[in-house]
Design a binder for this molecule. Structure first.
Ligand SMILES: NC(=O)c1ccc[n+]([C@@H]2O[C@H](COP(=O)([O-])OP(=O)(O)OC[C@H]3O[C@@H](n4cnc5c(N)ncnc54)[C@H](O)[C@@H]3O)[C@@H](O)[C@H]2O)c1
Ligand SMILES: [Zn+2]
Length: 778
């Protein structure tokens, strides 16, 4: 194989790997700009060596793949990616190409030039006078046409390539593409982009989004097919809320809202998707009945009238000058939006012109994404320290010379885990590039001077816990482990297949053994580790959990140092150690009184808060609330089996407690340690039960009303509907009686409908229910 062929293959493999991380696993390891640079490099090589372009090259296809777990659906019209640019000049070059292809004068000139060329070919070999004369006339005409063409283009450039109908500029919302199909105005199918040809059927998940209308308004019901394309995204406040819950449940936080969206859409249980606060914005079309809309700007207008959400910041721009002005203006504005935007998408507005421009193998020619570069800054890496989490996880953190980036001064960046740190080969003294994209925590992008002489040795990760000297436990990337484990099976399968087909087997190469590069986590397994204890107590006492007034980080450290606290229970025994407490630095009588009162008050927070406070893996405030409501007391919870925990329904609907959560809570409750902790808390008089939903609000539009919910609602899970009823002052019931005020019926409502009719209980559909919640008439 030639060097170039090898280089192309290596690059393609590398890009393919990044695609998988980005689209399938939703955890990219390089920035978009670096990714785009790799792709550009490949494109250049391939352009010079067209014979080496493989049909599955990343330059020839769109990155995602449909997932096995969902039904794959073929798109009626392909879903494309969009070409990127980071420079104003690329944008004007793009506009020029569009202009040349659609401006009537240039098109006329080009077709005449083509005609001249054909005539010239016809004259080839003829040497007589007539032919010479014809040739001269032809050349003169060609020169004339070329001059006219240049003039026309020069003028167009000055005016900003004023294409007929102009351009449309819209924010490029950073989310996940989806196609939504409406037939006679009803939502019938939602599909991800997948590989552009086939995507995943995510209809059920999309139905849970409030911004996805299940039925369109106005003229839409008279139109056979309306297929729109849009972006599903997670607004910033939802992203922060979801991350707070994940962190408090001991799970890894989402890296950014886009990854969070991709993850939530891939959930098999729509109730979980519903909990992520996703939203939709429509920005394009798939198949739409002919004659319905003629341009991008008209489409957006019609969508609004049909009740489909579009971006109010979209604007028609007559020229590239206006486009660039929009881009500049928007760079300021995007900071204040409550959703992530990574650029501006510009499109030729008129659909007939779009059709004339057509597509390349990956992109529409009539569309371009202008991307804002993520703010990055170089700085020096001073040290790497290890942070302890409440589950015992040790996370490497870079300490750097402070640097100003994306609006704040940054001096720490996370390195995630030892694998990541080793793959980036980050060492002390390096100049590193850091960035803050949609993420809250700054990231180290890469080392800028990896070939510098006299570089320090790689940092050796701790083999024992830096706080308690217990040997650490190392975990490796699950996917790599499966790959290694499954290799013999793959070899065998190939041999069998080859034997059947009567050919030489071509067994897959043996995957390399796991190394430090595959490390995904390092843990201190010692439950009594003081560093973990501090993190756990800190979590236990915080707001969303036991909410103990006066027990902050500093006080916890003091208590641990003085040996006054070694467990959660010890907190509730502190009143016996009053004398010791007063002696602590900066404490004094009054502060001790406050602290002890805070601890006393926390005793009655109830089971849900206690479960959330214990830092059990995967158990955050949502899961603990569902569990406490369902079981009512610790004893009832203790009596439940794993299979019951994972399958119980709250009033006929999925509880949202999947197998992972069920196993985690079960194991904790029945572990020696869990039992000891909970028994201790029980003896100390901590309330380990939960009042059933009687904690109704004392005001609201539903005050004093009882509502029963049945069937599947599009906008909420059963639990959420109940929570909304309570928040509005009402009482959610489970069985119908004469005392029931309303029956809220979703899809597949079943026998309760007949019973309601019998009892004379009014039935509400979802829209009427929402109207009632909002304080109006149903
Ligand atoms: N960092 C990595 O490892 C990595 C890996 C793969 C891809 N990527 C990034 O993803 C890009 C490719 O992803 P892509 O194919 O999804 O392209 P893209 O995200 O750059 O743009 C295309 C998408 O933009 C969306 N979009 C948002 N607002 C829109 C609007 N108003 N109008 C039209 N479309 C709009 C559409 O859903 C469309 O599918 C790469 O260029 C790279 O930047 C990064
Ligand atoms: Zn330890």
């Amino acid at each position: 194989m030639t060097d170039v062929a090898q280089q192309i293959q290596r690059l393609a493999a590398e890009i393919h790997d990044h695609d998988r991380r980005y689209y399938v696993e939703a955890s990219p390891t390089i920035s978009d700009r670096e990714y785009d640079a790799l792709l550009e490099q490949l494109r250049r090589l391939e352009a010079d060596h067209p014979d080496l372009v493989a049909s599955d090259s990343p330059t020839q296809r769109i990155g995602g793949e449909p997932l096995d777990a969902f039904r794959a659906v073929e798109h009626t019209q392909r879903m494309y990616s969009i070409d990127n640019s980071y420079e104003a000049e690329e944008l004007t070059n793009w506009a020029r190409r569009c202009y040349e292809a659609v401006d009537p004068q240039i098109v006329a000139i080009d077709s005449e030039l083509k005609e001249l060329e054909d005539r010239e070919t016809g004259l080839k070999g003829k040497r007589d006078d007539a032919a010479r004369q014809q040739r001269e006339a032809l050349n003169a005409r060609r020169a004339e046409l070329r001059a006219a063409r240049d003039n026309r283009l020069d003028a167009a450039q000055r005016e900003g390539y004023p294409i007929a109908g102009g351009y449309c500029a819209e924010p490029k919302v950073d989310g996940v593409a989806a196609s939504l199909r409406y037939e006679a105005g009803r939502f019938v199918l939602g599909v991800t982009r997948g590989d552009g040809v086939r995507g995943d059927d995510i209809t059920q998940n999309l139905r849970t989004l409030r911004s996805v209308p299940l039925a369109l308004q106005g003229s839409a019901s008279d139109i056979g097919v309306i297929e729109v394309r849009g972006e599903v995204y997670m607004p910033q406040p939802e992203f922060e809320r979801v991350n707070r819950e994940l962190v408090s449940a001991g799970d890894e936080p989402l890296v950014n809202p886009r990854n969070g969206t991709a993850g939530a859409l891939k959930r098999l249980d729509p109730a979980i998707t519903a909990r992520n606060g996703l939203r939709l914005v429509v920005h394009g079309r798939g198949a739409i009945d002919p004659g319905v809309v003629e341009s991008q700007s008209a489409l957006l207008e019609r969508c609004r009238a049909w009740g489909l959400p579009t971006n109010p910041l979209a604007e028609r721009c007559a020229t590239t000058h206006a486009l660039l002005e929009y881009i500049e203006r928007f760079e300021q504005k995007k900071q204040s939006l409550d959703y992530g935007v990574d650029g501006v998408v510009v499109k030729v507005d008129r659909f007939d012109l779009q059709e004339r421009l057509g597509f390349t193998s990956r992109f529409p020619r009539w569309c371009l994404a202008y991307k804002y570069a993520t703010e990055q800054a170089p700085t020096e890496l001073l040290a790497i320290d290890w942070q302890m989490g409440k589950t015992g996880k040790l996370t490497p953190r870079a300490k750097m010379t402070p640097v100003f980036v994306a609006g704040t001064t940054v001096q720490h960046a996370t390195l995630h885990n030892v694998g990541e740190m080793s793959r980036k080969d980050v060492r002390i003294g390096d100049t590193v590039l850091i960035e803050k994209a949609g993420e809250i925590i700054p990231q180290v992008v890469k080392v800028l001077d990896p070939d510098r002489p006299g570089r320090s040795d790689p940092v050796v990760p701790p083999r024992v816990c830096p706080w308690c000297d217990t040997p650490v436990v190392i975990e490796h990337d699950q996917r790599r482990l499966q790959e290694i484990e499954g290799w013999p099976r793959r070899v065998q399968r190939e041999q069998e297949l080859a034997a059947k087909q009567g050919r030489e087997p071509e067994p897959p190469a043996e995957p390399p053994p796991v190394s430090i590069l595959d490390e995904s986590g390092r843990y201190c397994p010692n439950p009594a580790c003081p560093a973990q204890l501090k993190e756990r107590l800190w979590h236990f006492a915080s707001r969303g959990q036991m909410d103990i007034d006066g027990l902050g980080e500093k006080v916890i450290e003091q208590l641990l140092q003085a040996g006054l606290v070694r467990s959660y229970g010890d907190l509730f025994r502190l009143h016996e150690r009053r004398a010791d407490l007063v002696k602590l630095e900066r404490m004094g009588q009054k502060k001790v009184d406050n602290l002890l009162a805070g601890i006393e008050a926390a005793k009655g927070r109830g089971l849900a808060r206690v479960l959330a406070a214990l830092g059990i893996r995967h158990i955050g405030s949502t899961a603990s609330t569902v569990l406490a409501r369902q079981y009512g007391s610790l004893d009832a919870l203790l009596a439940a089996s794993v299979s019951e925990l994972e399958s119980f329904q709250t009033d006929g609907a999925e509880s949202g407690i999947g197998p992972e959560i069920a196993r985690s809570i079960f194991e904790y409750l029945h572990s020696e340690r869990g039992v000891a902790i909970l028994e201790d808390l029980r003896e100390l008089g901590i309330v380990l039960s939960e009042e059933k939903p009687a904690v109704a609000a004392r005001s609201g539009p539903l005050l004093g009303k009882t509502l029963v919910v049945t069937g599947t609602l599009a906008g909420y899970s059963r639990n959420e509907a109940h929570a909304r009823i309570e928040a509005a002052g009402g009482k959610p019931g489970s069985s119908l009686s004469k005392a029931t005020d309303y029956l809220v019926a979703g899809e597949k409502a079943g026998s309760k409908l007949a019973k309601a009719a019998q009892l004379g209980v009014p039935v509400l559909n979802e829209a009427q229910f929402e109207a009632l919640l909002a304080g109006g008439e149903p």
